[in-house]
Design a protein around this ligand. Structure first.
Ligand SMILES: Cc1cc2nc3c(=O)[nH]c(=O)nc-3n(C[C@H](O)[C@H](O)[C@H](O)COP(=O)(O)OP(=O)(O)OC[C@H]3O[C@@H](n4cnc5c(N)ncnc54)[C@H](O)[C@@H]3O)c2cc1C
Length: 380
């Protein structure tokens, strides 16, 4: 049973504790799911999470608009990741894919949110390109004005939910200024002519992922989210909300690794006593517990600060993401070690955690990029 004492920390309100309890009970009944067909599994997870009401925090409620609750987003990702990485992924993409619409969308664009929050439409966030991953401002994809339309041409890659999403938030160069100030954001329905899946991408912890081709994709100017040239700012505002939630997913993986380790160390007999009696194993367990608590403090500090109305939490979110993902990698590695041969056996839970955690140190800003962000914010 995962440690739940952190829910008593002053970052949370009663509604957060209640949400975490209800979600955990739902997860215990419904997860993990079969991962053999990730497309089908993700569609099914989104439908079932939506039906149970657990996708509501991913986007603004158009009937009762208010800010996104980052603590609920983090608690949800942490809980889902502890039970099933694919469930966390399915939840996270509903938020990341619609974040720009929640924060900057027009009332017409926000009509999509009722569907994504109910699990009736899947969303994706298309920022990265083959030539510009970390160097986002250097993107090539162009959106050219043509009368009352924009025509998008170029490629996006590493797009989570690519191929199964119903709508894409797409960033493209509109050229108001060089670099970051010449990019705009667009809402593009998946069935828009010219938008094609160029390649499906297979990674160590499989989930729906694709390279997308935009072959003269024509959309009305009303598809633009926010103002011309504001795309980079919009992308960074969305990441400001969701970056600490990546740390929360890592925290969920790490908590699961510690739970599995405690079970193993208590039940496995070596040299006539439980594995736990070996002091070096106790040392590993102490470090795992310490990393987990420290990561949780940074994550919920960032989430609480944002929820209290801070316009930006760039430093707090970068620290939370960097520390939680890097330390979760260490925690899981220790879990693999303590499980011995079983730890690397395909299909074992700690083997899958070992694969699941790796990409979190790369996407939404690699660990090295977070260090640059923290250093710049610290110098300020
Ligand atoms: C599983 C997965 C899912 C993804 N989902 C999405 C998605 O849904 N939407 C989307 O738009 N993108 C997505 N991405 C893309 C992801 O954001 C990029 O992979 C990431 O930004 C890194 O870009 P890159 O792969 O081009 O690596 P590069 O930009 O080539 O960087 C390679 C490495 O260089 C180092 N580096 C880069 N910049 C710096 C720096 N300033 N200082 C020091 N070192 C640096 C880092 O170690 C980095 O990992 C996903 C990626 C993965 C792996």
């Amino acid at each position: 049973m995962a440690d739940r004492s952190f829910l008593d920390w002053p970052f949370f309100e009663e509604r957060h504790r209640d949400w975490a309890d209800r979600l955990d009970a739902w997860c215990a009944k419904n997860l993990p799911v079969d991962h053999s067909d990730v497309d089908a599994a993700c569609r099914d997870l989104v439908a079932r999470l939506g039906e149970a009401g657990f996708l509501k925090p991913t986007a603004v409620d158009t009937a009762n608009p208010g800010p996104l609750d980052v603590r609920t987003l983090c608690l949800t990702r942490e809980t889902l990741a502890r039970h099933d990485g694919l469930a966390d992924f399915a939840f996270a993409m509903q938020g990341l894919g619609t974040g720009a619409i929640s924060l900057f969308g027009t009332p017409e664009q926000q009509q999509w949110l009722d569907r994504t929050r109910a699990g009736k439409a899947l969303s994706a966030f298309a920022l990265s390109e083959p030539r510009s991953g970390s160097d986002v401002a250097n993107m090539d994809m162009a959106a050219t004005r043509d009368g009352s339309d924009y025509v998008l041409s170029g490629e996006k890659t590493w797009i989570s939910n690519g191929g199964i999403a119903d709508l894409y938030t797409v960033f493209a160069r509109t050229g108001e200024a060089p670099g970051a100030r010449g990019i705009s954001a667009f809402l593009i329905p998946a069935d828009t002519p010219g938008l094609e899946v160029a390649e499906r991408l297979d990674v160590i912890a499989p989930h729906p992922l694709a390279r997308l081709a935009f072959n003269d994709v024509r959309v009305p100017a009303s598809a633009m989210i926010g103002k011309p040239g504001d795309g980079f700012k919009i992308a960074m505002s969305v990441l400001d909300v969701f970056r600490s939630t990546v740390g929360a997913a890592a925290l969920g993986f790490a908590r699961r690794a510690l739970d599995e380790t405690l079970d193993r160390a208590g039940s496995r007999e070596l040299f006539g006593a439980p594995l736990f009696d070996l002091q070096m194993v106790q040392g590993h367990i102490a470090e795992m517990a310490l990393d987990i608590d420290a990561a949780a403090l940074l994550i919920y500090r960032a989430a609480w600060t944002k929820d209290m109305g801070a316009p930006r939490v760039t430093r707090e979110a970068a620290m939370a993401k960097l520390f939680a993902t890097d330390r979760a990698q260490e925690v899981i590695d220790k879990a693999v070690q303590i499980h011995g041969g079983d730890g690397v056996r395909r299909g074992h839970i700690v083997e899958s955690l070992y694969r699941e955690i790796r990409a979190l140190r790369i996407y939404e800003g690699a660990s090295d990029v977070q260090k640059v962000v923290i250093a710049r914010q610290t110098v300020k």
